[in-house]
Design a binder for this molecule. Structure first.
Ligand code: SER
Length: 426
């Protein structure tokens, strides 16, 4: 069975042979893009090449690059625990910037390319190199100021896809970007294997400004992204992404403790994510990205407690993560530093969590009204320091619904509390 290590190599070699420069992943903490909290896509480090503020030919010796990018997306944090959501993941990508040449897939040179080459190469890599069968593909069907992507439709037809295997979708599904407030964006064509969207090919023809106006870019570019975890799932034919070799070293340890898949997935995802965030220099804090790290470490601690995992076991999981990934991400080699920040945060949270859990059990009743729940969760936070996210997680465990009314009461009390604190300080 093909391993992820081989897949990384096949992908990068495929594009390197086709004139692409292999570029290392950028940090999860974007260094010159204040519009985003964390790195969420492979194209992020290349934004300025699409807008011509930077020159790819000068920096890379080619208008084509390829990378495996570390990504962290916060939008799905609460969904983690199901079969498919992740915070941290890796994205395999190929990119083209600047003037487009002949866009001939046989051209292995260094000039920019566009839809035809991007589609033909993706097709070749998936079906020939990886031997997978594409179920169907989607293209942009046309909406508002952006026309139907007829060219992509035709290229898929030329590759033998019948019309019913080329679905036309709207802006919601088949238009990508920008990241943050503004940036390159455009229509996409997406590839589905075994019912999963595995590869997103974005044709960056536009620049969206802060007022959401679209302008045509001087030269169109290509930005593709394929999730490594999903690709491994279809290649290794595992029930979910969590049985692929990317997670297996962690899963084997956790399987000895529990058969609660949800808990194990939360622990695997949050542990891997926090190790990578810490390795990139992030510290847990109450602010912005620091809070993302704090939040996942605390949720990880909660579920680890439910499984009775000792700190030794957590340390073993950190070691296994580093073993699996440090060949590709040397920043992970600093085990002592990662370990010390990780456990310092967990230690600091320990008393609050234990006391919060006790108070939660005493206070929360199954038949509490939504409004009362709002009040109680607020009280748990202000009197015992139990973070709201942890309370909501505990409610979910008990099958108690936190609805809009609960949230409203919580927010009102929170605002009042802030005013009072400010008044006292002033
Ligand atoms: N930027 C696109 C994505 O994140 C393709 O790389 O899906």
């Amino acid at each position: 069975m093909i391993k992820s290590e081989e897949v990384r190599k096949i992908f990068l070699d495929f594009f390197a042979r086709r004139g692409h420069k292999i570029v290392s992943s950028s940090s999860l903490i974007p260094y010159d893009d204040p519009s985003v909290l964390l790195t969420t896509a492979g194209m992020q480090q290349f934004k300025k090449y699409y807008t011509r503020e930077k020159d790819a030919l000068k920096d890379f010796g080619t208008q084509r690059t390829t990378s495996i990018q570390k990504c962290f997306r916060t939008t799905d944090i609460d969904e983690v625990g199901d079969e498919r959501h992740l915070t941290f993941f890796e994205m395999l990508g190929n990119f083209s910037f600047g003037p487009v040449g002949t866009d001939d897939p046989e051209d292995f040179g260094i000039v920019g390319y566009f839809k035809k080459s991007a589609i033909y190469w993706a097709h070749e890599l998936i079906t020939k190199e990886f031997g997978l069968k594409i179920d169907y593909v989607t293209v942009f069907g046309g909406e508002e100021n952006v026309p139907f992507d007829e060219e992509s439709f035709k290229f898929w037809q030329n590759l033998g896809f019948s019309q019913d295997k080329i679905l036309k979708k709207g802006r919601e599904d088949n238009f990508w970007g920008p990241t943050g407030d503004e940036g390159p964006c455009g229509p996409t064509t997406e590839i589905y294997v075994d019912g999963l969207e595995i590869w997103n090919l974005v044709f960056n023809e536009y620049y969206q400004d802060k007022n959401k106006n679209l302008k045509k870019l001087e030269f169109p570019g290509v930005d593709t992204g394929m999730g490594l975890e999903r690709l491994m799932k279809v290649l290794q034919k595992t029930p979910t992404i969590f049985e692929t070799d990317l997670f297996l070293p962690l899963k084997e340890v956790l399987d000895k403790f529990s058969d609660n898949e949800r808990r194990k997935r939360i622990i695997m995802d949050h542990l891997r994510g926090s190790v990578f965030l810490i390795a990139d220099g992030l510290y847990p804090s109450n602010l912005e990205r620091g809070y993302v790290l704090r939040r996942i470490l605390r949720r990880l601690r909660l579920h680890a407690k439910f499984l009775n995992l000792t700190f030794d076991i957590l340390e073993e999981l950190i070691k296994k993560t580093i073993e699996k990934y440090s060949e590709f991400y040397p920043e992970l080699k600093n085990f002592e530093k990662i370990k010390s920040i990780f456990f310092e945060e967990l230690n600091n949270f320990e008393n609050t969590l234990n006391r919060g859990l006790r108070e939660f059990e005493k206070l929360i009743k199954e038949n509490d009204s939504p409004e009362i729940l709002g009040e109680k969760v607020f009280l748990l936070y202000t009197s015992y320091g139990l973070p709201k996210e942890i309370s909501l997680e505990l409610l979910k465990e008990k099958g108690i619904l936190w609805d809009n009314n609960s949230e409203k009461v919580y927010q009102e009390l929170f605002k009042e509390h802030q005013l009072i604190s400010k008044g006292n300080n002033g």
